[in-house]
Write a protein that binds this ligand. Structure first.
Ligand SMILES: *[C@@H]1O[C@H](CO)[C@@H](O)[C@H](O)[C@H]1NC(C)=O
Ligand SMILES: *[C@@H]1O[C@H](CO)[C@@H](O)[C@H](O)[C@H]1NC(C)=O
Ligand SMILES: *[C@@H]1O[C@H](CO)[C@@H](O)[C@H](O)[C@H]1NC(C)=O
Ligand SMILES: *[C@@H]1O[C@H](CO)[C@@H](O)[C@H](O)[C@H]1NC(C)=O
Ligand SMILES: *[C@@H]1O[C@H](CO)[C@@H](O)[C@H](O)[C@H]1NC(C)=O
Ligand SMILES: *[C@@H]1O[C@H](CO)[C@@H](O)[C@H](O)[C@H]1NC(C)=O
Length: 635
């Protein structure tokens, strides 16, 4: 193959993997912390403008409206606990404070728990300001079943249906656990042998049409500490319990789950040894009918991060049908571990309970949809994932994934059966710290993004950034946005959109703007050339602003007599004169080509200033400065 062609093909493949658009958000709706909050827990209720953030000895209540307002509540660690902590915990001195680890609304009350310098404690948050200490009610609920003792011990909490579910990762003396606390149902826990040094990554409710079938999935990695160096220490897991579980009988599992099962989750291509075994985050998009998708963020031993998608239906089927590991005799009667309605006595048969107590792991292994991780750039180190389903004008649902990165960026990705298309990349922060938390509000259409220093809120339907033409709107492939045929604008699809009435067009399945109509698509409006005067033999740099990183940019001189390629540096495709390629006087036009369409972006008329003023400003300017000056002309 022709090497030039090969290079072009290669660069197109690379380009497709990169974000199509790059935005820098300068809007002021941004909250700054007074001190860095390196550990953070957030609570956000769908449809609300308030974000609760738990930090070090403080809860921030941040209201995003026109501006940003905040109030905060200080919750100090007990003095005694702090002294004991400082004396005992030599390696964790910096963690001897009250880090807020849980903020959850249970029924209608806010439960807040913190590490309290190594001896966890819970409070009730009343009327948004008053805190009353929630005492441990004897043997029933203990704060140390809900909050870790130190913030570096990761925990996950989830409140649903009037109960609080808490998962604590394993640390030195703590084996890790999943508890139900603050509930009118029986308080339950895991048996310690069910979990092998779990490190929790997330939890989600899996709805069901029948109430007793509702489940909670927990996502975690298990670590085998005795595995040798060349063996894989991590195993990614899904653990699940039924919300209707009321525990076992006096002799078997009296205070433990009777419906705990776990499965191994793989992220990688089945035929290759390259697997990502450590699950770091997870997010579930589920519907009542056991359909939906789970997105997991995984890493390997080199700390490369990838995203895998799983079918909830497949996971559900595996838990319902797979053989149990280590259990050979046939399963008869009520299947051990399945959700059961209250009157189902077979579920509490001692033999049935004994099977799930000793064999909670299923044999079947869960593989990602498409058999591989999503095709995303591996240069980005992902730290967080959330997702949303969007109803498009063709009445299909589309998944959009939001990925936070180590560099404080957010990638917005359209995930279809065929591909992962990176709609855009957002730069949101002054300081490029890693994104440590995200919350999505599908109802109101907002994404909350937090670093240790700042919190920013972003609109999910951010349609005005896509430009003014139908073509730009359609090529964005953003399912939240469409071209309004009447208003001739790129707008958010209204929530009460009526497909019969129509009025909006989209093109989500491929990058193809033909729906805009031939005339609109083919017409390439030419720009008026700006005059650029340069010295003879002086440096010449002509910038062309890059709108789409999936387009190829090329410069044409004097209506295509000659073509010059350019390479994208930063947000510009710069045409520079080189000894091999001296630029002569004439009109230079920068053309962008994408999805078979050509568009003129900018044009310059180059005029050579033959030996006039010896110290004209341009000749004394450095190359980069000249470039900056040139960019200014574009504004
Ligand atoms: C909370 O506010 C309501 C109404 O403002 C008041 O009636 C109630 O007594 C307050 N509760 C507490 C615990 O202060
Ligand atoms: C939550 O509300 C339900 C029904 O209103 C009640 O039965 C239950 O006890 C409440 N739970 C807690 C923890 O207050
Ligand atoms: C941990 O790894 C060792 C060495 O490969 C193996 O013998 C042991 O069975 C593993 N433990 C578990 C619980 O898988
Ligand atoms: C349990 O009760 C439900 C209705 O509440 C009924 O549909 C079901 O058949 C009952 N199951 C058994 C095993 O009795
Ligand atoms: C959509 O518009 C059609 C025609 O105007 C109307 O008959 C139909 O009831 C509308 N559907 C909804 C869900 O509003
Ligand atoms: C775009 O879609 C139209 C109609 O579906 C098709 O005819 C055309 O070939 C497509 N163009 C590209 C570049 O795929």
């Amino acid at each position: 193959m022709n090497p030039v062609l090969l290079t072009i093909l290669f660069s197109i493949v690379l380009a497709e993997k990169s974000p199509r658009l790059k935005f820098t958000v300068q809007e002021p709706a941004r909250f700054h912390f007074m001190k860095p909050e390196n550990y953070m827990t957030v609570y956000h209720q769908q449809g609300s403008d308030v974000l609760y953030v738990g930090g070090q000895a403080v809860i921030y209540m941040i209201t995003f409206t026109q501006g940003v307002q905040d109030t905060s509540i200080t919750i100090m660690a007990d003095e005694g606990a702090k002294e004991t902590c400082l004396a005992r915990s030599v390696h964790l001195q910096l963690e001897c404070d009250n880090f807020i680890t849980v903020i959850e609304k249970v029924n209608d009350t806010f439960v807040v728990c913190g590490t309290n310098a190594g001896s966890p404690k819970c409070w009730l948050l009343v009327n948004k300001t008053v805190l009353t200490h929630l005492p441990d009610d004897g043997q029933r609920t203990s704060a140390s079943d809900i909050s870790p003792s130190f913030p570096s011990q990761r925990s996950v909490s989830l409140s649903t249906d009037g109960s609080l579910y808490s998962a604590l990762s394993a640390v030195a003396k703590h084996p890790g656990s999943i508890h139900r606390t603050y509930s009118s149902n029986k308080l339950l826990k895991t048996e310690s042998k069910w979990l092998l040094n779990p490190q929790f990554a997330g939890a989600a409710v899996i709805p069901a049409t029948q109430k007793y079938n509702e489940e909670i999935y927990f996502f975690f990695s298990e670590i085998n500490k005795t595995a040798s160096l060349d063996e894989e220490r991590y195993r990614a897991r899904i653990g699940r319990i039924c919300m209707s579980d009321e525990g076992g009988i006096k002799t078997v599992l009296p205070d433990s789950w009777t419906t705990f099962m776990k499965a191994r989750v793989m992220c990688g291509t089945a035929s290759t040894p390259q697997q990502y075994n450590n699950i770091r985050r997870a997010f579930v998009l589920a519907s009542q009918h056991r359909t939906g998708v789970m997105y997991g963020l995984f890493s390997n031993v080199w700390d490369t991060t990838v995203v895998c998608a799983y079918s909830i239906e497949e996971i559900d089927q595996a838990f319902a049908k797979s053989r149990l590991k280590g259990h050979t005799s046939p399963l008869t009667g009520h299947r051990p571990g399945m959700c059961a309605s209250k009157n189902n006595t077979a579920a509490l048969n001692p033999k049935t309970l004994g099977v799930i107590k000793d064999h909670p792991e299923i044999e079947e292994v869960i593989w990602p949809v498409g058999g591989a991780p999503l095709d995303l750039p591996t240069v980005d180190h992902f730290t967080h994932v959330v997702a949303d389903t969007v109803l498009a004008v063709n009445e299909e649902h589309y998944s959009v994934i939001y990925l936070g990165t180590e560099q404080g960026k957010v990638l917005k990705v359209l995930h279809t059966n065929e591909e992962a298309f990176i709609i855009s990349q957002y730069s949101l922060f002054h300081n490029e710290g890693p994104i440590i938390n995200m919350a999505i509000d599908s109802q109101k259409g907002h994404l909350y993004v937090g670093t240790a220093m700042e919190i920013q809120r972003l609109k999910l339907a951010d349609c005005s950034r896509y430009g003014v033409s139908c073509r730009e709107c359609i090529l964005s492939r953003d399912p939240y946005c469409g071209w309004d045929l009447a208003k001739k604008k790129c707008l958010a699809i209204p929530t009460n959109y009526n497909i019969t009435t129509g009025g909006f067009i989209q093109g989500l399945d491929q990058s193809n703007a033909s729906v805009c109509g031939d005339t609109a698509a083919q017409k390439t409006p030419s720009t008026f050339p700006k005059e650029v005067q340069v010295e003879k033999d002086g440096p010449v740099l002509l910038p062309c602003p890059v709108n789409s990183y999936h387009a190829t940019y090329v410069w044409e001189k004097d209506n295509c007599v000659k073509r010059y390629p350019c390479t994208i540096t930063g947000s510009s495709c710069v045409l520079a004169s080189t000894p091999e390629l001296p630029l002569k006087e004439g009109v230079f036009r920068c053309m962008a080509m994408e999805s078979g369409l050509k568009k003129e972006v900018v044009s310059y008329r180059l005029v050579i200033n033959a030996g006039t003023l010896p110290t004209s400003p341009a000749s004394t300017l450095g190359l980069s400065l000249l470039l900056a000056v040139a960019s200014l002309w574009l504004l």
